[in-house]
Design a protein around this ligand. Structure first.
Ligand code: SF4
Ligand code: SF4
Length: 134
């Protein structure tokens, strides 16, 4: 978690994950941190800084080695780029949470992330019905 009033760092594809999060995750610490971040981002004026690589969600992930993602760094970096491109946002931009949550929600509703997320292990378990019904 960032210090109070600082931006939350998020990599591109985590904009979708905060939208679909149901409390599950890779570990207890991961899920608690993710829940905290989702709660913070409900504050409309909270800033989100888009980052290329590990972010404040990765911080508590057992698959982060503090340099890259051990789940397949190229795969997740590719997902990040696709999400940033679909949303038409700057790869290192800073935005208000409300703006990005509305923009992401609209794209989710249209089914624009269905293909992007198809290779993720959580896709078949949880996310497909929400992401691919548009
Ligand atoms: S399928 Fe994976 S990447 Fe896509 S929203 Fe769900 S958890 Fe995130
Ligand atoms: S699996 Fe990789 S991208 Fe996802 S939270 Fe963990 S370190 Fe970050």
């Amino acid at each position: 978690m960032p210090p109070k009033d600082n931006p939350v760092n998020l990599r591109g594809h985590h904009l979708i994950c905060i939208h679909t999060f149901l409390g599950e995750g890779y570990s207890k610490a991961f899920s608690e941190n993710m829940g905290d971040i989702v709660r913070i981002l409900k504050v409309p004026t909270q800033k989100i800084r888009i980052v290329e690589g590990l972010d404040h969600i990765c911080t508590f992930c057992p698959y982060s080695n503090w340099v890259s993602c051990l789940k397949g760094n190229d795969k997740v970096m590719d997902m990040d780029k696709k999400v940033v491109s679909i949303l038409g946002i700057e790869p290192r931009g800073t935005y208000k949470s409300l703006y990005l949550r509305l923009k992401t929600g609209e794209a989710v509703h249209k089914g624009l992330f269905c293909d992007v997320c198809a290779k993720c292990e959580w896709f078949a378990l949880y996310c497909r019905p929400l992401l691919c019904s548009g």
